[in-house]
Design a protein around this ligand. Sequence first.
Ligand SMILES: Cc1cc2nc3c(=O)[nH]c(=O)nc-3n(C[C@H](O)[C@H](O)[C@H](O)COP(=O)(O)OP(=O)(O)OC[C@H]3O[C@@H](n4cnc5c(N)ncnc54)[C@H](O)[C@@H]3O)c2cc1C
Length: 297
Amino acid sequence: MYPAPISEYFAPTSLDECLDLLKEYGSQAKIIAGGQSMLPLLKIRMVETPVVIDINRVLELQEFGEKYRDPEKRILRIGALTRHKTLASHPLVVSKYPIISDAAKYIGDVQIRNRGTIGGSLVHADPAADLPVPILVLDGILRVSSKAGEETYSAEDFFLGLMMTVVEEDQLLTHIDIPAPKKGTGTAYSKHSVVFGDFAVISVGAKVTLKEDKCLSPRIYVGGVNPRPQRAVNTEVFLEGKIITPEVLKQAADVLAEEIEVESDMRATAEYRKILLKEYGFNVLTKAIQRAKEDLI
Ligand SMILES: Cc1cc2nc3c(=O)[nH]c(=O)nc-3n(C[C@H](O)[C@H](O)[C@H](O)COP(=O)(O)OP(=O)(O)OC[C@H]3O[C@@H](n4cnc5c(N)ncnc54)[C@H](O)[C@@H]3O)c2cc1C
């Protein structure tokens, strides 16, 4: 099918121009970034809109790199237009924030990764999407702008539920700021999908910091099973302060499978999801610990 008729198409080149358009057309307009979620919805006419605002030329949204918020706090600033391909392969992401490249490299296929953007993925907030989990695990700060000014949200506050975020019709997600992990920190992400590159049946992301072989401040989220990614608080409590051995990681994976509520759907039964949680929980924690050890060398 073809989209319903679109009467106005705008392609602003600056953030200011874009926010002016959102103020004027707000409720009638749809933003398009990579178009990998929006175009299929327009084509099947699940979404109809008289006005399209194409943000691909907005320079401010293309910012990418590490910077200092103050002398103590280094962050990775990711503009909303950063493509999945960049997140999957940029040396800075691969070496220092590997949980993000772990997630980005299995999104869809090459064409989707070339066009799809982190901003589109986070605002679309598909429960089985890959990027929300690492941004939650890394305590990302999301910057949202409108003509009224800028607001910042923790990743935990940003996602409200099934395909719902705090972003209003006249607002734009502009950047995601990721605090640089402490020395001795390792992160990892993995997902199970029915076919390679498909949305997650379950996904697990984890961050651990090692000090004298003890696990400190673990952070674990599970995607693909609930309306929004779920934090595995009991598993974090179980791991906190423990000396890590393969047996401890196996027990942690059991706690993870126990605490996450899962349901059956066309992709997998609840029982199968529990089995997957144990396997992926163990593997992701093992990888995060291995990376934490490498970071200490
Ligand atoms: C066949 C196929 C397979 C896929 N597989 C996966 C997968 O395995 N894992 C996965 O995570 N995703 C997958 N996707 C989704 C893909 O990653 C999309 O790129 C992503 O969900 C949306 O990014 P986009 O830039 O294309 O956004 P768009 O489609 O352009 O926009 C998506 C939504 O976000 C809004 N939006 C976009 N940018 C902003 C912004 N800066 N501020 C405010 N609102 C904004 C739009 O208005 C729209 O509502 C798949 C898509 C397809 C078509």
